[in-house]
Design a protein around this ligand. Sequence first.
Ligand code: F7E
Length: 330
Amino acid sequence: MKSALIAGITGQDGSYLAEFLLDKGYKVYGMRRRTSTPNYENVQHIKDQIEWISGDLTDLASLIEAVRISDPDEVYNLAAQSYVAASWPQPILTGNITALSVTNMLEAVRIVKPTARFYQASSSEMFGKVMEIPQKETTPFYPRSPYGVAKVYGHWITVNYRESFDMFACSGILFNHESPRRGLEFVTRKVTDGVARIKLGLQNELRLGNLDAQRDWGFAGDYVKAMWLMLQQNEPDDYVISTEETHSVRELLEVAFSYVGLNYTDYVVIDPKFVRPAEVDLLIGDCSKAKKKLGWKQEVSFVQLIRMMVDEDLKRVQAEARYMNVMALS
Ligand code: F7E
């Protein structure tokens, strides 16, 4: 039985990856940070199948212990401060967690189990002010946020450990990937949750920032397969994972609102609070290398993805509203 250690297991990607690896018969170790109010929402349904280990990305001793206990064949580093907008007010925290902690993870693996295969969650945010359209593995980076800058560090330190210590370390340059498990602050989920609340009469406007930004949005459930595939190859390498399509926030609004029979222009309000100090205007990935070498391809289209998210948010918001009514009457 193979074993895998996942850092960031309670997040969107970690939860899909854990499901995927459990299905493949892996023993899955999930590293969690000790908090007084842990949040298992994304992994509640598989919580009992996971071996939980306490660890903190900023504490090398705890990472060494996590690798020692799990003795993993594969290590997936999905943990980060991943909200781009929060990286301006908290640039140092973002640097410590999203950049330097990658070295902590790599060091723990190098010291305890250097033969383990290592996956680093790199990001299309590294392309920032894009130097080439579409973006591929060889496109130079030009990050536009402290988050993007931190991810560039994480990417290069992974490449460096591969080249310095002959470690099987891969970096997946994943373009935006979403799902019903996406955090509510990200634009796709903010929109689909907003659509559900507006449709159910619980909200009457949706406040957003830049509607012209364009992103290459795929389904997170498809993307975790690519992470695993990277670690099954004969040689470690870096891969772009994307849909090869780009859509603006405005198009996202059109798809989500029209699905429930509404017009977004009646509800969306531009709020400068959500406009970023520096924007990434356009992302579109060329994932031909992953298609060719990994045999990976996306299954869920942009429109299917957004409709799936609206459906799930309608169900959840409806259930929450029913619960609140029952509580109010009791
Ligand atoms: O923003 C615009 C915003 O926060 C997308 C993370 O997973 O993907 C994600 O980063 C776009 C931006 O994702 C609002 O300005 C407009 O242009 O959903 P987002 P992101 O910044 O692209 C990459 C690949 C990662 O690695 C990151 O970890 O939407 N936008 N109005 C807005 N965005 C938000 N969040 N909220 C708004 O009100």
